[in-house]
Design a protein around this ligand. Sequence first.
Ligand code: SAM
Length: 288
Amino acid sequence: MEHLSYDAAGKINLNNIYNNSDPTAYFSTLSRLSYRIPQDAKPRFQQLIEARRNTTEAEASKVVDLGCSYGVNSALLKHGFSMDELYRIYETAEADDPAFLLQQDRDGYAGRSDGALEMVGVDPAGRAVSYAVDAGILDAGVATNLEEREPTAQDVAAIENADLIISTGCVGYVTEISLERLLQASLDSRPWMAHFVLRMFDFGAAEEMLSQHGYVTEKLQGLFPQRRFASTEEQQHVLDNLSRLGIDATGAEETGWYLAELHVARPEAVAKSLPLNEILKDNSLHTA
Ligand SMILES: C[S@@+](CC[C@H](N)C(=O)[O-])C[C@H]1O[C@@H](n2cnc3c(N)ncnc32)[C@H](O)[C@@H]1O
């Protein structure tokens, strides 16, 4: 982790791993930082997908993953992998033989695929999105920055009629602007939303936007480890941010981990008739 630089939020700058032509640098760097949020998110997303299916009485679901990168959440949800398996696959991958890696991934993901779950990713990192689609990790991908522009008609065709809009490790890069654009593309299906958000990022503006669309946002009790701090400097930036926000980091971020919370937004009538704690029953952490 030499030559660390920091972004405006005090996080190390990881832009050099977000948009390469293959996922090896992404996974090797994040493995060293013990990045694990998609793993803890997986059972919560699965419970939400199941509950949504029961509500709509549909057998299939469509999930839109904002900040999808190389289709990480899809690899876990649609193809049944764990983060540890992905770390092992890309650690031993032949990064100098991209054609071999792509073919290996095509075979690996096709062999383990849930056909009832349609996964669509959105991320400005065009090479990451292309890799995920080419390898069959994602069913479709949209390489765009919804913070800066409206989705095109072609983008809308890919992201519309969502059942669930999710993200891990993305809020902070994105705001309520992207979330509203995704929601507007799916006005008829009234999708649910589930976002894992670092405690230093305020979800208040998103909550306000969602409430204007008739949504109720609930925060699940509990903290989810996202990754270890890359340096004491990064940890100090975050502790300073949290202290400014009046958030107590004692026994929490102080232990060396970024911690996230899960925000779930659903249309008001659904939130009233189906309590969140009946959907997300097992809130224990560190799941496999
Ligand atoms: C820490 S990675 C998380 C990736 C993936 N969700 C995961 O958990 O492994 C952050 C991702 O956010 C993406 N990102 C940055 N700006 C974005 C934006 N404006 N809209 C959507 N995604 C963005 C980056 O390209 C990167 O893929």
